[in-house]
Design a protein around this ligand. Structure first.
Ligand SMILES: *Cc1c(COP(=O)(O)O)cnc(C)c1O
Length: 404
C-alpha cells in the first residue's frame, strides 16, 4: 500500500468538501479577556477579539483561579506523577471531588482528565457493570457520549433529538426487566437548546431506567450555585449520573461525574479510562476547585452572562441576520454551507479582527453550518457594536443567506 497517498487523499477529501480545518494561533492577554494576539499564517501579529471561547465567564483568567494554581505549583510541583492508584491521588484531587459532589448534591464525584474521557469511560464501563444493558441515546449527543455508548458494546437505541414521545416508544418496546440507561444533555452546545429533563426523568421512573445527563455546557452557568440546568429546575435528585467539565465555564481542564457513592465506586474500580492514566496535575485540580467554589456564589456574574447573550441575540435579530433560535447563552447564526462559513469567518478575522471559528460537519449536520458566538460578561456594548457592524458588512459582501 502507498501509505503517503492514503493520508494525502484522506486530507484531500476533507479539503474538497470545504471543511479542512485551520487552527488560529492565539495568545491571550491575561486581564484583557476576550482580547488576544493572533499570529497570522504569514507571521504577522495582530490584536483580535475572541467570540467563540467556551471559557464562558472568563474564569480562566480570574485571579482566584490563577493564584491557586501558582500556589499549588509552588507547594507540590508540576505533575501528579502517577495514576490515581499509584501515588497520583493528592489532597487537591480529593478536595475537588468533594466540592463537585456538593455542587450537584450527590454523595460522590470522580475526576477524569477531560469531559470527553468522563463520558467515554463512564458509559463504556456501565455496559460492563450492567449485563444486558440497553442504552437510549439522544440523536444529538456529543461525540464523547457516542464513543462511550459504542464502547459499552450493548444494545442501543437512538431517540430523535429531544423527542420524548419517540423515547417512550423505544422504552416501551424494550423488555420490561432489562436494565436501561437514558443518556442525554442539558444544554446542546451547537443549537443552544435544552433537553426535556423532567419528562425524561418521568419516563425513566416509569420504565425503570437510569438517567445520565451531560451538563458540560451548563455547569457554572445555571442553577443557584452553578450546578447546571438540573439544579435550576430542581431535578438533581432525579438524575442518577451527572457529567461535567472543568474546561469550559470553570476555565481550567478536566472532567467528572457525580452520582451515588456506590455508582462512583463501581466506575472508579472498573473504568480503564480512569484507572490507567496519570491523574490531573495538582495545579489543575487546585484551580478548578477555586473556580467551582467561587462560582457557587457568583449569581451576578451568571446574570450578566445571560444579559449579554440576550443582548447579542436581540442585536443580531434586529440586523436581520439569520439567528438560530437558542434558549441559552449560545448564539448561533446560520450559514448553511461549509465554504461560505469559512469565507465569512476568514473575512471577520482578516478584515475586522474578530475571531469566530466556522462550525462545519461533522460537528453539526451538513446544511446547518454556522457561526457560533459565545458572548461572555466581558464582551461589552462596544464590542457588540463592532461585531454586528462587521457581520452586516461580510454578509452583504459575500451575499450570504439572510433567512434563518
Ligand atoms: C466539550 C464537550 C465535552 C468534552 O468536554 P472536555 O472537557 O472538553 O473534554 C463533553 N460533552 C459535551 C456536550 C461537550 O461539548
Amino acid at each position: 500500500m502507498d501509505y503517503t497517498e492514503a493520508f494525502t487523499s484522506a486530507v484531500a477529501r476533507v479539503r474538497a468538501e470545504g471543511r479542512y480545518r485551520v487552527f488560529a494561533n492565539l495568545r491571550r492577554y491575561k486581564g484583557q479577556f476576550p482580547r488576544a494576539r493572533w499570529r497570522t499564517p504569514d507571521g504577522d501579529v495582530r490584536d483580535v477579539t475572541v467570540w467563540c471561547s467556551n471559557d464562558y465567564l472568563g474564569m480562566g483568567q480570574s485571579a482566584c483561579v490563577t493564584e491557586s494554581m501558582k500556589q499549588a505549583i509552588d507547594d507540590v510541583g508540576a505533575g501528579a506523577g502517577g495514576t490515581r492508584n499509584i501515588s497520583g491521588t493528592t489532597h487537591y484531587h480529593v478536595e475537588l471531588e468533594r466540592s463537585l459532589a456538593d455542587l450537584h448534591d450527590k454523595e460522590a464525584a470522580l475526576l477524569f482528565t477531560s469531559g470527553y474521557i468522563a463520558n467515554e469511560a463512564t458509559l463504556a464501563t456501565l455496559g460492563k457493570i450492567l449485563p444486558g444493558l440497553i442504552i437510549f441515546s439522544d440523536a444529538l449527543n456529543h461525540a464523547s457520549m457516542i464513543e462511550g455508548v459504542r464502547g459499552a458494546r450493548c444494545e442501543k437505541h437512538v431517540w430523535r433529538h429531544n423527542d420524548v414521545a419517540h423515547l417512550e416508544e423505544l422504552l416501551k418496546a424494550a423488555p420490561a426487566g432489562a436494565p436501561k440507561l437514558i443518556a442525554f444533555e442539558s444544554v446542546y452546545s451547537m443549537d443552544g437548546d435544552v433537553g426535556p429533563i423532567e419528562a425524561v426523568c418521568d419516563l425513566a421512573e416509569k420504565y425503570g431506567a437510569l438517567t445520565y445527563l451531560d451538563e458540560v455546557h451548563a455547569v457554572g452557568l445555571y442553577g443557584l450555585r452553578g450546578g447546571g440546568i438540573a439544579e435550576r429546575d430542581g431535578l438533581l435528585d432525579r438524575i442518577d449520573i451527572i457529567e461535567g467539565t472543568l474546561g469550559k465555564a470553570f476555565g481550567v481542564m478536566g472532567g467528572y461525574i457525580a452520582a451515588d457513592a456506590v455508582i462512583v465506586d463501581a466506575v472508579r474500580s472498573w473504568a480503564p479510562g480512569f484507572i490507567f492514566t496519570t491523574s490531573l496535575a495538582p495545579s489543575l485540580a487546585a484551580g478548578a476547585r477555586a473556580s467551582v467554589e467561587y462560582l457557587k456564589s457568583a449569581h451576578e456574574l451568571r446574570e450578566k452572562h445571560q444579559e449579554r447573550a440576550a443582548t447579542l441575540k436581540a442585536r443580531v435579530r434586529e440586523a436581520g441576520l439569520p439567528l438560530m433560535e437558542s434558549e441559552t447563552h449560545i448564539v448561533p447564526i446560520r450559514v448553511g454551507d461549509p465554504v461560505m462559513c469559512k469565507r465569512l469567518s476568514d473575512a471577520l478575522l482578516d478584515d475586522h479582527g474578530l475571531y469566530v471559528q466556522p462550525i462545519n460537519y461533522p460537528t453539526v449536520p451538513r446544511g446547518t453550518e454556522r457561526l457560533r458566538f459565545t458572548p461572555t460578561p466581558l464582551h461589552d456594548d462596544t464590542m457588540m457594536d463592532e461585531l454586528v457592524e462587521a457581520l452586516e458588512e461580510v454578509w452583504t459582501r459575500f451575499k450570504a443567506v439572510r433567512a434563518a
